[in-house]
Design a binder for this molecule. Structure first.
Ligand code: SF4
Length: 336
């Protein structure tokens, strides 16, 4: 029986951050403006636990949003004492935190270990020092390297998040960031296209014409190449595209950039399109059936059926069928 993975997210907004990165307005992104109280943390965990099956599941509580190891020590302790209770009673299996690369040191890691934190995600964003400087991250690639090594040396799982389309970023620099994440031995990553969010510094740059955001097509193309690179090197991709708050989706916080509710689906549609293009070169027949692994069928057909439409320009009839024996992105075709 396959184990299902659940993450209970607790957002701790950027009130603890030492600076304000140009792209960030965490309040608009997470839809939350205050640090949650202990009661709210408990309520959130309980609420999620009620909806999660009791068997064949792996439950993790994740503190996301800002700079967990930078928040006041007592507050970290209070939060972690709560999750540790749930961990001790086996109601949850793991705890993860996200933080900044320059907020990791031996003392902080020892503290996290006491409370059974298993995974530390660093907002690396880029490994190019110029991109980091222009994004006003307040840390360098060297900080990412040092923190990553210490995290792994202390037997935590390492996540390194990256962004594409930051000020000064290029396709080549994004690829290099992915290569650096791989060589730093990260277990997992997230790929976030940069968006211009209301009341961020990037909004001002954008309105003055000093920043140009990626188009959706560019963001999809870059993410597709990054996905292939990460897959080849066994770095798990936890997410592509921002998880939007209601406010962001309702457009009050979104100014510009490659935002799409189904960003990952667009990327996988493009990947499948590249594969299905090969079919076109074969002997043309009237009807085509493409056999696809069960978890890939929607991506193969494509977002809004775009890949099917593409094949329908060549074949009179196109069918997509599941073959349970296929895995990853294997496929085969039959012509009729
Ligand atoms: S470190 Fe993260 S939360 Fe803090 S300002 Fe930068 S992007 Fe926002």
């Amino acid at each position: 029986m396959e184990i299902k993975h659940f993450t209970i997210p607790i957002f701790v907004p950027e009130l603890a951050c030492p600076n304000q990165c140009v792209f960030c307005n965490q309040r608009k992104i997470s839809g939350q403006i205050k640090i949650p109280t202990n009661e709210e943390v408990r309520e959130k965990i309980e609420m999620h636990l009620q909806t999660i099956p009791t068997e064949n599941r792996f439950i993790e509580v994740g503190f996301f949003g800002g700079n967990f190891t930078g928040i006041e020590h007592n507050l970290q302790k209070q939060f972690l004492e709560i999750t540790d209770e749930y961990y001790a009673s086996k109601k949850i299996d793991s705890i993860r935190i996200s933080t900044r690369p320059d907020y990791i040191n031996a003392e902080r890691l020892q503290f996290l270990k006491i409370y059974h934190v298993k995974t530390i995600e660093l907002g690396a964003q880029s490994t190019d020092d110029e991109v980091l400087r222009l994004s006003e991250r307040g840390h360098t690639f060297s900080d990412i390297q040092t923190a990553s090594r210490e995290i792994l040396a202390n037997n935590f799982r390492l996540g390194l998040q990256m962004m594409i389309g930051l000020p000064g970023d290029t396709f080549e620099k994004s690829l290099q960031t992915a290569k650096d994440i791989i060589s730093l031995n990260a277990h997992e990553t997230r790929i976030y296209p940069t968006l211009v969010i209301a009341e961020s510094k990037l909004e001002k740059l954008y309105l003055k014409g000093d920043y140009k955001s990626l188009s959706l097509k560019e963001a999809v193309t870059i993410s597709k190449e990054l996905l292939l690179l990460f897959e080849e090197n066994n770095v798990k991709i936890l997410r592509m595209g921002l998880h939007p708050s209601e406010e962001l989706v309702n457009n009050t916080g979104f100014i510009a950039g490659p935002f799409h509710r189904s960003f990952k689906e667009l990327v996988l549609t493009e990947l499948w399109k590249d594969l299905l293009k090969n079919i076109v070169n074969n002997d043309l027949k009237d009807e085509l059936t493409v056999y696809i692994p069960v978890n890939q069928i929607n991506y193969a057909i494509g977002y809004n059926g775009t890949n099917k439409d593409f094949l329908l320009k060549i074949f009179k009839k196109v069918n997509f069928k599941i073959d349970e024996k296929l895995t990853k992105r294997e496929y085969y075709v039959e012509y009729h």
